[in-house]
Write a protein that binds this ligand. Structure first.
Ligand SMILES: [Zn+2]
Length: 213
């Protein structure tokens, strides 16, 4: 994929997050790897996503150095680039502050698989708190993701999806939020009842084969 095509996908992803109320204002950030060149296209900081055109999106190196573009890359660039460096199979990263992932991240509680659609991502662990934009946060996120997780919570901050495609990362952001909503309400009702482990295993296998969950 050429830069232009990837820039369009990144911006589309950010606007979708806004439309689905997974992010508010200029919070959250979205990026994709350009695999042939090992560079990253990421949303800029401080500008509403619906006011951007694809050409506005900065291109940064895997070390976070600005290579192209007039706008300042997202303040969470260190976290995005650290994930791409650590996980060669990741092509898209979506970071949101969706409400119920914020609630669970502030509870500092691993999110269990509550729904079939969350089973490829849950249980979702919580990376310990570190200041937004810091290398410490980048390191904590990479550690929590390990080698195969597709989504994590960031303590008192939100969630991060790291997936092979933008479509998958957006789905992760949406289904983990839905799972957090269900978990929270069932927790309030004092009967949080996650999916059985066997069902999660089977659903993950189906998801890997590309069957609908
Ligand atoms: Zn954030």
């Amino acid at each position: 994929m050429k830069y232009q095509e990837i820039r369009e996908k990144v911006l589309e992803g950010a606007v979708k997050c806004l439309e689905r109320e997974l992010i508010r204002g200029t919070s959250g950030n979205v990026s994709m790897l350009v695999p042939d060149e090992q560079v990253v296209i990421i949303t800029p900081t401080g500008i509403p996503y619906d006011k951007l055109t694809p050409a506005d999106l900065p291109v940064v190196s895997l070390q976070g150095k600005l290579l192209e573009g007039n706008l300042k890359p997202s303040s969470e660039t260190p976290m995005h680039t650290a994930v791409y460096r650590a996980r060669p199979n990741v092509r898209a990263v979506v970071h949101t502050h969706s409400l119920f992932t914020l609630v669970f991240s502030a509870l500092n509680r691993e999110l269990p698989p509550m729904t079939p659609s969350s089973s490829p991502y849950a249980p979702v662990p919580v990376a310990p708190f570190a200041l937004p934009g810091s290398e410490d946060l980048a390191n904590a996120a990479v550690k929590a993701l390990g080698q195969d997780r597709l989504a994590i919570l960031l303590q008192n901050h939100g969630m991060l999806a790291a997936c092979p495609t933008m479509e998958r990362a957006l789905a992760a952001a949406e289904y983990v939020e839905e799972c957090a909503q269900v978990a929270y309400y069932t927790l309030l009702a004092n009967n949080m009842n996650p999916l059985p482990a066997e069902a999660v295993k089977e659903l993950r296998e189906r998801a890997l084969k590309g069957l609908a969950v």
